[in-house]
Ligand binder design. Structure first.
Ligand code: 5GP
Ligand code: ZN
Length: 112
């Protein structure tokens, strides 16, 4: 999608701080990190949000990539949080599906 921020990152028009890439996914550091590690994992295909995800393999790969990056950055044992924000009440601001991976501090519950 031409006017989508994360599609521009996938195409290379905008260059984020990439921490992982494969044939279907790109992961990069959030520009406004909410934790010492804050990574966004996005499908290369434009999917607006979780409501539009109908590919179980892709969903599984998003989650497994988050767990793999948590392990790689040393947070598998101490813990981490993964979040999909969906639409307005979910707090979604970029309408290209992305999984947040947050780690390196104690998270609180309930979330804000
Ligand atoms: P959402 O609120 O949609 O769940 O998350 C969107 C995330 O994208 C936010 O955490 C925000 O900080 C991040 N973000 C917005 N613009 C940019 C950008 O230009 N570069 C990067 N790396 N992250 C961005
Ligand atoms: Zn997009």
């Amino acid at each position: 999608m031409t006017d989508c921020l994360f599609c521009k990152m996938v195409s290379g028009e905008i260059k984020p701080d990439v921490v992982f890439e494969d044939d279907r996914l790109l992961a990069f550091r959030d520009i406004h990190p909410q934790a010492p590690l804050h990574v966004l994992i996005v499908p290369k295909l434009h999917i607006a949000n979780l409501n539009e995800l109908d590919d179980a393999d892709l969903g599984g790969r998003l989650l497994q990539t988050a767990a793999g990056l948590a392990e790689q950055f040393g947070y598998a044992e101490s813990g981490y949080r993964t979040v999909f924000n969906c639409n307005n009440d979910g707090g979604q601001t970029v309408h290209h599906l992305h999984l947040h991976l947050l780690a390196g501090r104690r998270m609180v519950w309930p979330p804000g």
